[in-house]
Design a protein around this ligand. Structure first.
Ligand code: PLP
Length: 392
């Protein structure tokens, strides 16, 4: 039975004039279609509890459970100027990347690291932000590919990157494993500020970082709150890939070119395209952020890092050039002059171990394969034994 009706105000839009005159504004135009939505969207909720009349909960707040938002803010963003209401709980980074694309709309231009996690490019293509696939160049027209290779130590040469509205940047990067330094991220933030761009920063793997002096969040860089959104999740920290739980931080200081807060429109998009993360998953996430949960997460991350260390050592011993296993659960192995797909097939056919061909992450991934440390120890040891037999 319905015990009470609670009106949840999905959006409260402060007048644009409330924005302080001196606040930094990006040059990204607000998506006019999102702006067409009604200002206040009120709807009733059934406040019940799961298995009992007293305790059942139906739809929760789309933005996430208040306690979880607060715990994420205090665990990952303490002293970084991020507050509980800047945190939007999600069902993972992949899903929120697409919701962010819906937020920005089809008129924005986008830059991505090359190579990068494929969902950034694909969601951009689906939204219509790019031109057609250019068969010869192996890239989509109108998309700015920021080349990341051993020649530039996997950090893009920003002086060669064209201005775009949005810059997607992942650190530690999948697949290259690059964890950007404070100085590099400071340059990236300044670049975004100068260009009036918005950075979408993916910190899916930041708990895997061994180099403690490097920032784990873009918000560790002063001023980033005015130019960046951060996406992250419990998938790789707590084995929640199937449970599905993540978050997106949209600071209230981040403004469109007309001064309207990006977070307000993001809230509209998630109220429309998402009904909140599962309450069971959110309870699990909260448990992960308890002292015991944090300890368990760090042990799990440590286990996979050991796997990555074993794989790195194997390829090093075999004389391959191996990149960046210390800050990510992946090993990026170079096979200069060879095609990624050819190496992938060779490894698959001769060892029955599945790797990922580097060119699948973008044209600059050609000549590499990515080997993952996510696996049972016995399987990793067996795979490494087979690599040694193949390449000795
Ligand atoms: N971002 C990066 C860089 C990834 O490598 C992955 C998954 O492999 C994701 C995001 C998606 O993760 P999820 O949606 O489970 O948070």
């Amino acid at each position: 039975r319905i015990s009470s009706r609670v009106a949840v105000k999905c959006i409260a839009s402060p007048p644009v004039e409330d924005v302080p005159a001196l606040a930094h504004r990006t040059k990204v135009a607000r998506n006019e279609h999102v702006a067409k939505l009604q200002v206040g969207y009120l709807f009733p909720e059934r406040a019940q509890a799961l298995s009992t009349v007293q305790g059942y909960t139906g739809y929760g707040a789309e933005q996430g459970d208040k306690n979880l938002r607060a715990a994420i803010a205090s665990t990952f963003y303490q002293n970084l100027g991020i507050e509980e209401d800047d945190v939007f709980v999600s069902d993972g980074v992949k899903c929120d990347i697409s919701r962010l694309q819906v937020l920005f709309g089809s008129k924005v231009t986008m830059a991505i690291q090359d190579p990068a996690y494929p969902a950034y490019v694909r969601s951009s293509v689906i939204l219509g932000q790019t031109g057609p696939f250019q068969e010869n160049g192996e890239r989509f027209a109108k998309l700015e590919y920021m080349k990341c290779t051993p020649d530039n130590d996997f950090f893009p040469d920003l002086s060669n990157v064209a201005r775009t509205d949005v810059i997607v940047f992942c650190s530690p990067n999948n697949p290259t494993g690059l964890a950007a330094s404070r100085e590099q991220l400071t340059r990236l933030v300044q670049f975004a500020k100068d260009n009036g761009s918005i950075i979408v920063y993916d910190s899916e793997y930041s708990m895997y970082m061994s180099e403690a002096h490097k920032p784990r969040s873009i918000f560790d860089i002063p001023g980033a709150q005015e130019v960046a959104i951060e996406v992250s999740s419990f998938s790789k920290y707590a084995g929640f890939t199937g449970v599905r739980l993540g978050w997106t931080v949209v600071p209230k200081q981040l403004l469109y070119s007309d001064g309207f807060p990006v977070a307000k429109d993001f809230s509209r998009v998630i109220c429309t395209a998402f009904n909140g993360a599962s309450n069971i998953a959110q309870a699990g996430g909260l448990a992960c952020l308890s002292p015991d949960g944090l300890k368990a997460m760090s042990q799990m991350v440590g286990f996979y890092k050991e796997n990555t260390g074993i794989i790195t050592e194997t390829f090093n011993d075999l004389g391959f050039k191996v990149y960046r296993g210390v800050n990510a659960p992946y090993v990026w192995v170079h096979f200069p002059g060879r095609s990624s797909w050819e190496v992938f097939s060779e490894i698959l056919e001769k060892t029955h171990v599945v790797t990922i061909p580097g060119s699948g992450f973008g044209p600059s991934g050609e000549g590499f394969v990515r080997v993952s440390g996510f696996g049972h120890r016995d399987n990793v040891l067996e795979a490494c034994k087979r690599f040694k037999d193949l390449y000795k």
